[in-house]
Design a protein around this ligand. Sequence first.
Ligand SMILES: NC(=O)c1ccc[n+]([C@@H]2O[C@H](COP(=O)([O-])OP(=O)(O)OC[C@H]3O[C@@H](n4cnc5c(N)ncnc54)[C@H](OP(=O)(O)O)[C@@H]3O)[C@@H](O)[C@H]2O)c1
Length: 347
Amino acid sequence: MISDAMKFKAFRVSERTLNGKTEYAGEVADRAVGDLPAGEVLIKVQFSSLNYKDALSASGNRGVTRQYPHTPGIDAAGEVATSSTPRFCAGDSVLVTGYDLGMNTAGGFAEFIRVPSNWVIPIPTGLSVRDAMILGTAGLTAGLCVEKLILNGISAEQGEVLVTGATGGVGAISVALLAKLGFTVIACTGKPDQESFLRSIGAASVIDRQTLSEASPRTLQKERWTGAIDVAGGQLLRNIITSLRYGGSVACCGLVDSPTFEASVFPFILRGVNLLGIDSVNLSIEHKARIWEKFATEWRLPNLERMALEIRLQDLPAALGTLQKGRGVGRTLLNVSRTSNPSATSK
Ligand SMILES: NC(=O)c1ccc[n+]([C@@H]2O[C@H](COP(=O)([O-])OP(=O)(O)OC[C@H]3O[C@@H](n4cnc5c(N)ncnc54)[C@H](OP(=O)(O)O)[C@@H]3O)[C@@H](O)[C@H]2O)c1
């Protein structure tokens, strides 16, 4: 029986101002179930995962999180502890990604979350709770990008598909998924030393990010890519748009380089290229569930564990710092109830 007084562990980020400078720091703290926001489903979290947005929340980005102290974690998966709706029963394996989780609602970097039932997705047969969080928001986003490219006519026979930020979460799962579906994947990375990792998850070749980031005054460049998945924005996105082949498409999902980019209409009106927007956060629950079902069946990835580095709650400050500096490789999986050193399960 779970009471409001029951204590659990959570990673809490607090703000403090010293000499006019505001700083943000996180630590593992005790919370009570009664501290959690209202919601129909209380979930005992087994795994969460780290996404770029968590690093923003943990470092005081007000566009992500308005009030501190706060528990980040935009992903969570585990077992239903209690449910006030008949749609879920205690013991069901479920996941939550996006909506307000980890932004202004206490998130998955904790042993419990409480959320509205319309945020909760049953984990489909074929995926474990652990698999679900190795994928997490990054996987869902990669899946949405691939789905939209295919809906816009990109097929495996047509040529090369570029993935930027290829060693990152969205990037690595995009590489692996596109390769599984038979695409020739060109991985663009700022970490050339990770070439063997990128090839091991399916990249046909690897390009140094710098060569694709150079400013060019040309409104059209040599046609190279049939399709692309871009997490960067900025100059990289501009260069991709001007290098898409006739009728090609780029799925735009991130801003790790810049939230803005310069463009002209020429690639659109002379080559008929498409700029496809991707949102994994406020997407309908039905659409999210369809993507998860695909990852459990025809999109099942054989190399998920190769992409995963498992950490504990107390490892979060270092792991979030690594992600914020763009130095992460693959997916960082948070085992919330683990206290011993998980290095035995890291890649
Ligand atoms: N639209 C959505 O719904 C949605 C969902 C999830 C994520 N996102 C966004 O997608 C982006 C990636 O998220 P993530 O969770 O995959 O982050 P991540 O795991 O931290 O990966 C980001 C990767 O981008 C590359 N990178 C870093 N700095 C860069 C720069 N200045 N220019 C170009 N590339 C750079 C690095 O990979 P390399 O060293 O291999 O280049 C880095 O590992 C973020 O902007 C995030 O907000 C959007």
